[in-house]
Write a protein that binds this ligand. Sequence first.
Ligand SMILES: *[C@@H]1O[C@H](CO)[C@@H](O)[C@H](O)[C@H]1NC(C)=O
Ligand SMILES: *[C@@H]1O[C@H](CO)[C@@H](O)[C@H](O)[C@H]1NC(C)=O
Ligand SMILES: *[C@@H]1O[C@H](CO)[C@@H](O)[C@H](O)[C@H]1NC(C)=O
Ligand SMILES: *[C@@H]1O[C@H](CO)[C@@H](O)[C@H](O)[C@H]1NC(C)=O
Ligand SMILES: [Zn+2]
Length: 698
Amino acid sequence: MSTYLVAFVICNFSSVTAQTKRGITVSVFAPAHQINQTDHALQATVKILDFYEEYLQIPYPLPKIDLVAIPDFEAGAMENWGLVTFRETSLLYEAQTGDLRTKAWISLVIAHELAHQWFGNLVTMEWWNDLWLNEGFASYLEYLAIDHLEPSWCVGEQLLLGSVYKALEKDAFLTSHSISLPVSNTMQIRERFNIISYSKGSSILRMLHSYLADGVFMDGIRLYLRQHSYGVVEQNDLWEALSEAHRRRGSVENISALMDSWVRQQGYPVVSVKIEGNRVHLRQDSFTVPPQDNTNSLWLIPFTFYSCSSPISYSHLMSRREEVIDLPSDVSWIKANVNSSGFYRVRYDRATLGALATQLYWGPDIFSPADRASLIDDTFHLASQGSVGYSEAFDLSLFLREEEEFLPISAFLGHMTNMVAKFSFSKKPCITRMLKEHLWTMLGRLVEAQHWEDEGLLSTQNRRVKLLSLATELRYLPAEQDAVRLFHFWMAKDGNHPLPRTLRPLVFRVGVRRGGEAEWNFLLQKYRESFSSTDRVAMLAALCHTQNQRNITWLLREAMQNEVIKTQDLSVIVSQLAHHPRTNELAWSFLQSNWDELLTKFSLGSSYLCGMVTAITSQFQSQKKYDEVFHFFITQKRLGHLFLVDHSLEMIWVNMWWLQVHTNAVQSWLQKTYPKTFSAYPHCKKEHSSGFMLTLKF
Ligand SMILES: *[C@@H]1O[C@H](CO)[C@@H](O)[C@H](O)[C@H]1NC(C)=O
Ligand SMILES: *[C@@H]1O[C@H](CO)[C@@H](O)[C@H](O)[C@H]1NC(C)=O
Ligand SMILES: *[C@@H]1O[C@H](CO)[C@@H](O)[C@H](O)[C@H]1NC(C)=O
Ligand SMILES: *[C@@H]1O[C@H](CO)[C@@H](O)[C@H](O)[C@H]1NC(C)=O
Ligand SMILES: [Zn+2]
C-alpha cells in the first residue's frame, strides 16, 4: 500500500452505517448537526460499491469503508484506502434545500473516489508521471458507474461538457503537455493534478472504450487489475492487458501503439474532411490556437462517421497524414467523430460544411444532440483558430433557433458568453450588444418558456438554470422581476419561503445584484446561520454580486481570516469576481497584495492556486495586463517556472491575438444580420476594431 493513501481522522463526528450486498460496512461521518445530511451519500456508496465489485469482478478488499465530511478541505475529496475524505459540498446533501444537480454531483464524486479503491489503491502507478492512470480512470469510471445506476440523469452530457470539451480547449494551448510526462519534484507532481491528467485522461479512455468492443474493454481492465493487484504499474501494463483481452477474442491490435500517440504527445489532431463525389479525403494536423504549421505529430485516430445516405456509423483507423475512404455512392456530407467519442476535432471543406449547415437547419434530428453540439463546438473553435470563417460558424449556429436540447444549447452558450466577455473586457459595447441580440434571437423563445420550478429530468433542470441565468445576464426584465420577487418573498419569511431548488443560486444572485444593503445583509445573515454547505456556497457566490466594493473587499479579507468564511471558499469569491471587468481588477490587486500569505495556505503548483490565478488572468487581453502579469510573477516573485505563469501569459497573448484577428469578422457578420441594432445603437457609430499592433512573440 502506498504511503500517500494512509489517513487517520480524529474527530467527534456522528456516523450512519449500512451494509453492502457482501456485508461490507459503509459509514458516513459528519458533525452531529449535519448527520441528517448523510442519507444520500450512504445509499449511493452502497450501490456504487456493489456496482464496482460486479463490474470489475474483484471484491473490495477491506471489511469497511468510511466516508468523512471534512469542514475545511482544499481538494474535492481524497481516496485514502478505506477512509475517504471529502469537502462537505461533495458529500452532504441537505434535504430541505438540496437539488438534483447536487445529488448527481455527490454521486459522481463518490463514484470517483470509490473507483480509486481499485485504480490507484489496489493497483498503483509506479511513479507520478503516470498519474493519469489513477485520475483518468477514476474520472471515466465515475460516469460509467452513475450512468449505469441512474440512467435518467444522462451524466454523459456532463462528461462531454465538463471533461471532453474542456480538455480539448486546454490541450490546444502550447503550454499544455503530454499526459505522460517526467516529474521530479513535489511542485511538478502537484501541477499534474490538472485537466490533462483528469479530463484528457478520461476522454482517451472513453475513446478507447468506444473503439474496442464493450466486452473487450471490460475484460481488459479486469485482467489488468487481477494481474497487478497490490503492485505497481506503468501504462504499458494496461495496454498489454487490453491487447491480451483483444487477442482472446481473436482480434489482433497493438493497443500500446494506438494509445502511445495520445499519451506521449501533447495536443491532439484536427481531421480535415474533403468530399469529392464518393471519395472522402482525410488529412490530420495538430490543432492549436493560433495554428502552428511546423508540427510533425501523427496520431492513430479512430475515425468514425455516418453520411447523408447512411445513418449507420463506420469506423476507420486513420494512421497516416492523408488517407482516402471510398464510399459506395456519392454523398454531400458526412458527420465524423460520432457523438464526440474521439479526442479530436473535425474540419469540413466549405461545401460539406454548407451541406451540414443546411441539414442542421431543415432536419436537425438526423444528428444526435451530441453531434449537433460538437458541430457547434468544433466550428467555433476552428473559427477562433482561423481555419473556418466566423461567418460560416455563425451561419451554422442559426439552426439553434429551433433547438431544444441541453447539449447543443450549452455548447453554443459557452462560445457566446466567452465572446461577450472578450468584447466587454475590451470595452466594445456595440459588438457586445449585437452578440447579445444574436443570443436572444436564438434562445429567447426558449427563455420565455421557462418557469421558476424544479420540474423535469436533470437535463431539463440544467437547461433551465442556464437559460434563466442568461435571461438575467441579458437584463431580460420579466426574469429579473421574477427573481427579485422570489428573493423578497424569501426574505419576508425569514428564509423559510421555499424557492425552486435548482434556482436558489440564481435567485440569491439577482436579489443581491438588484438589491441594496438590506438584501446583502440579510443574505450574509443567512449565510452565517445555514447548515447546508452547498447553500452556503450559493449564498457566498451571490454576495460577490453587490455593487458595493467595500463589501466585496470585506468578503475577501474574511476568507483569509478563515472564521466567518472558510479559506477553502476563497476560490468561490475569486471566480465570481473574475468574470466582470470591474471586480476582476479588484481580485487581481487582492491576489497580488496577498500573494505571500496565500502561499502559506495553498501550495505552489496546487490546482487550487492555479484555478484562482487563471480565472483572473484568462480574462486579460492587453499588453498592459500581459506586462503586469509578467512583472509580478516573473520579475518580482521569480516564479517563471510555474505552469500557471506560462499558461496565463499564453492565454493573454491568445486573447490579444484573437481580438486583433477576428473582431472585424465577428462584427461584420453581426452588422449584416442585425442592421437595425447597428444603426440604432449610438456606440456602434463610434466603434471600430482597434488596430493595435502585436509585437509580442510567445
Ligand atoms: C437536520 O438537523 C438540524 C440540526 O439538528 C435541524 O436543524 C434540521 O431541521 C434537520 N433537518 C431535517 C430535514 O430534518
Ligand atoms: C506495439 O507497439 C509498441 C509501440 O509502438 C512496440 O514497442 C511493441 O513492440 C509493439 N508490440 C507488438 C506485440 O507488436
Ligand atoms: C450517439 O448518441 C445517441 C444518443 O444521443 C445514441 O442514440 C446513438 O446510438 C449514439 N451513436 C453511436 C454510434 O454510439
Ligand atoms: C457593507 O456596506 C455597507 C455600506 O457601505 C456598510 O454599511 C456595511 O457595514 C458593509 N458590511 C460589511 C460586512 O462590510
Ligand atoms: Zn481522483
